[in-house]
Design a protein around this ligand. Structure first.
Ligand SMILES: [Zn+2]
Ligand SMILES: [Zn+2]
Length: 578
C-alpha cells in the first residue's frame, strides 16, 4: 500500500553531532579521574600570585613554568572556577592535537554545561552553535585551539595559552597569519585581562621576558603525582658505528634495540620518534658528527643532490658539497634522514609478531585520523607506535615505558635559528610520554652530535641549562629576542618569474638603503616547492618590530611595488621577535 512506509533521511543537527562525537570519544578512551583536588604548596603559591594579578583588574602577563606532570591543568581549572565565581569569563587555548576527548571530558565534568569546546574539525553549524552560546553569555568558559582566541566573550578576565611553545599557535597554513600569543596579548590589553603562558619548555622569547621582569612568572618544579622523571640514556651513534656494534645502515642502535626487546617481552609499549622532513637533507659527518653550516648565518645548509651543492635558506649562499669533512677529513657523510616508514619496516623485521602503528601526515589525513590511531594504541592493540612530532603531546599512555628518539641530529640540524629550541622542546615532551603509569620510564636518544646542548640539557631535564646556552647563541648571532625578524615569502607557479619578482622587490629594498635594516636573500625557501608552487624568501632583521613595519610601509607606499608582485607571485609576511 502506498504511503505505508516513509523513508526518511536527515542529517543530524549540530548538537546531535557534537553529542555523538563526545560519546564516541568517551568509549574509545579510558576516562581518568579528574576530581578537584587540594593544591600542593607550590601550586597554591602560584594560584595565590595569579589571583592577586586578577584582582587588580588590569592587563598582566604571567609565565607558568611547570615541568610535565606538575599539575598545571589543575591550577588552570581552579583559576577558571574562581574567574566564573567572580562573574568573569575564561578562555583556555590548547594545541589542536591536545584537544583530546580526555581533556574535553575533563572540562565537562568540572564545569558541566557552562563550557564551549572549539576545534577545527567542527562543521560550520557546530561552530556557530558554540559561538552563539559564548556571545549570548550562555557559557562563561571556552576551551579551544588557536582560532578560539577570537571567541566573542563579553566579560573576559582570564586567557590561558597552554603549551605556549607549540608552533601550531602560529597560523602558518592559512591566512590570516597570526600568532595566538600576540592576539592574546592585544585582547588582554583591551579587556584588562590576565594572560597566562603555560609550558614546561617555554619559548626562549617568553622566558627572556620573564627573566627581565617584563612579565610575571610562577614556577612548578615538582611532579604533582610524585612520579619519578624518566631515566635518560644517550646513545652515541659515532661510537656504535666505529665499534661495529651497530649495523651501519640500521635505524636502531644497540641500546635501543635491546630496550625495545625488553619492553616487548614485558608486555609494555614503546613510542618511537622520527623527525621526517624529506625535503631538508643535511650533510652530516659520520666520523666527527659535524654538520655543514653557513659561515654567515650559522644555520645548517641544505644538501641538494642536483648539482651536489649546499644551500643556505637564509642568505641564499650556495657552495659545492665538500668531498671531505673540513673538521676531521673523513669522507663518510650521511645525507639522508630516516623516515617513519623505514623505522616501521625495521621494527617488523626485529619483531615479526608485534603490531606496529605509524602516525604521520600520510596516515592521519582523514577526519579524526589521529584519534583513531591513538585510541587503538591506548587500547593496547599495538606494542609500538612510530611517529613524527604528532606523537609527542597530549596523551597519557600508562603502559608506555620506553621512548626512543631515532635521530636527534635531524631535529638540531633543521635550517632554522630556532632548531635547538624546537629540539629541546621535543626531547622534553617525548620524555614526558615515558612512564606516566606506575612503572618507571626510560628514554633513549640516539645522536651523532652528543655534545649538543639541547641534547645534554634534555638528558638532565634542565631547562635553565638549555636557556643559558641558547640565549648566548642568540645574542652572539643576533637573532630574536635580540632583534626583530621578518620573512617575506614569495611563491608562484613559475620558478623564474617568482625569483625575479623576489629579486626585484629585494633590489628596491636595498635601494631604499635604511641602515638599521639588514636584508638577506632572496634565497630558496627551506621547502623550495610546496603544493606545486616555487618559494623564495627575503629575510629582514632590525633592532625592533616597529622599524621593520615602518620600513615595509615605506616600501609599499607608492603601491607600484605590490602591483608588480600581484599576478606574478603570492607574498606572505611573517614577523618574529618584538
Ligand atoms: Zn668530520
Ligand atoms: Zn647564510
Amino acid at each position: 500500500k502506498r504511503g505505508f512506509i516513509r523513508i526518511e533521511t536527515r542529517a543530524p543537527s549540530p548538537e546531535e553531532a557534537l553529542r555523538d562525537r563526545e560519546k564516541l570519544s568517551r568509549q574509545s578512551f579510558p576516562l581518568p579521574t579528574y576530581d578537584r583536588h587540594v593544591l600542593n604548596e607550590e601550586q597554591q603559591k602560584a594560584y595565590d600570585a595569579i589571583l592577586e594579578l586578577m584582582r587588580e583588574n588590569r592587563f598582566a602577563e604571567c609565565l607558568v613554568h611547570g615541568i610535565t606532570g606538575s599539575g598545571k591543568t589543575e591550577l588552570y581549572l581552579q583559576l577558571i572556577s574562581e574567574t566564573i565565581a567572580s562573574g568573569g569569563d575564561a578562555l583556555l587555548l590548547v594545541p589542536e592535537i591536545s584537544l583530546t576527548p580526555q581533556m574535553t571530558a575533563h572540562f565537562r565534568r568540572r564545569f558541566g554545561e557552562n563550557v564551549a569546546v572549539l576545534h577545527s574539525r567542527m562543521s560550520d553549524g557546530e561552530r556557530n552553535l558554540q559561538w552563539n552560546k559564548i556571545k549570548n553569555g550562555a557559557v562563561s568558559v571556552a576551551i579551544g585551539a588557536r582560532s578560539a582566541i577570537f571567541a566573542p566573550f563579553r566579560r573576559l578576565r582570564l586567557i590561558i595559552l597552554d603549551e605556549e611553545h607549540e608552533p601550531s599557535y602560529y597560523s602558518e597554513d592559512a591566512a590570516p597569519h597570526y600568532h595566538a600569543a600576540e592576539i592574546a596579548e592585544t585582547i588582554g590589553r583591551i579587556r584588562n585581562a590576565v594572560v597566562l603562558y603555560g609550558s614546561a619548555t617555554p619559548r626562549v622569547e617568553t622566558y627572556y621576558r620573564a627573566v627581565r621582569h617584563e612579565i610575571h612568572c610562577v614556577r612548578l618544579t615538582k611532579r604533582a603525582n610524585r612520579a619519578a622523571l624518566p631515566e635518560m640514556i644517550l646513545e652515541d651513534l659515532r661510537e656504535a658505528r666505529e665499534t661495529g656494534t651497530a649495523d651501519y645502515f640500521s635505524v636502531f642502535g644497540e641500546k635501543l634495540k635491546h630496550a625495545l626487546g625488553e619492553t616487548y617481552r614485558a608486555g609494555k609499549q614503546a613510542m618511537l620518534f622520527v623527525h621526517r622532513r624529506g625535503y631538508a637533507k643535511q650533510m652530516l659527518c659520520r666520523s666527527c658528527g659535524s654538520i655543514m653550516k653557513c659561515a654567515r648565518c650559522s644555520v645548517p645548509m641544505t644538501y641538494h643532490e642536483h648539482g651536489n651543492r649546499l644551500i643556505c635558506h637564509y642568505c641564499g649562499r650556495t657552495a659545492p658539497a665538500p668531498a671531505v669533512c673540513p673538521r676531521c677529513g673523513s669522507a663518510d657523510f650521511e645525507r639522508h634522514g630516516t623516515g617513519t616508514q623505514k623505522a616501521v619496516e625495521e621494527l617488523r623485521k626485529l619483531f615479526p609478531d608485534a603490531a606496529v602503528l605509524r602516525m604521520d601526515t600520510d596516515t592521519t589525513s582523514g577526519k579524526d585520523g589521529y584519534e583513531k590511531i591513538l585510541s587503538s594504541f591506548a587500547a593496547g592493540e599495538a606494542q609500538f607506535l612510530v611517529g613524527t612530532q604528532m606523537i609527542a603531546k597530549g596523551h597519557d599512555f600508562p603502559n608506555v615505558t620506553l621512548v626512543g628518539i631515532i635521530s636527534a641530529d635531524s631535529l638540531i640540524n633543521m635550517p632554522d635559528y630556532k632548531a635547538e629550541e624546537r629540539a629541546f622542546q621535543l626531547f622534553s615532551q617525548m620524555a614526558g610520554r615515558a612512564g606516566r603509569g606506575s612503572s618507571a620510564g626510560k628514554v633513549i636518544i640516539q645522536a651523532y652530535q652528543t655534545d649538543d646542548y639541547a641534547i645534554t640539557a634534555a638528558c638532565r631535564h634542565d631547562y635553565a641549562e638549555f636557556y643559558a646556552n641558547e640565549i648566548t647563541v642568540r645574542r652572539n648571532l643576533h637573532y630574536p629576542p635580540f632583534c626583530a625578524m621578518c620573512v617575506l615569502r614569495f611563491s608562484g607557479e613559475e620558478d623564474r618569474a617568482t625569483y625575479e619578482t623576489a629579486s626585484a622587490a629585494c633590489g628596491k629594498m636595498r635601494d631604499a638603503g635604511v641602515p638599521d635594516v639588514e636584508i638577506l636573500g632572496p634565497a630558496r625557501a627551506e621547502q623550495p616547492k610546496l603544493n606545486n608552487k616555487y618559494r623564495w624568501v627575503i629575510t629582514l632583521k632590525s633592532k625592533c618590530r616597529t622599524s621593520l613595519t615602518e620600513f615595509l610601509a615605506h616600501w609599499t607606499e607608492d603601491g607600484k611595488m605590490l602591483k608588480k608582485i600581484r599576478g606574478r607571485a603570492n607574498l606572505s609576511i611573517r614577523f618574529d621577535g618584538r
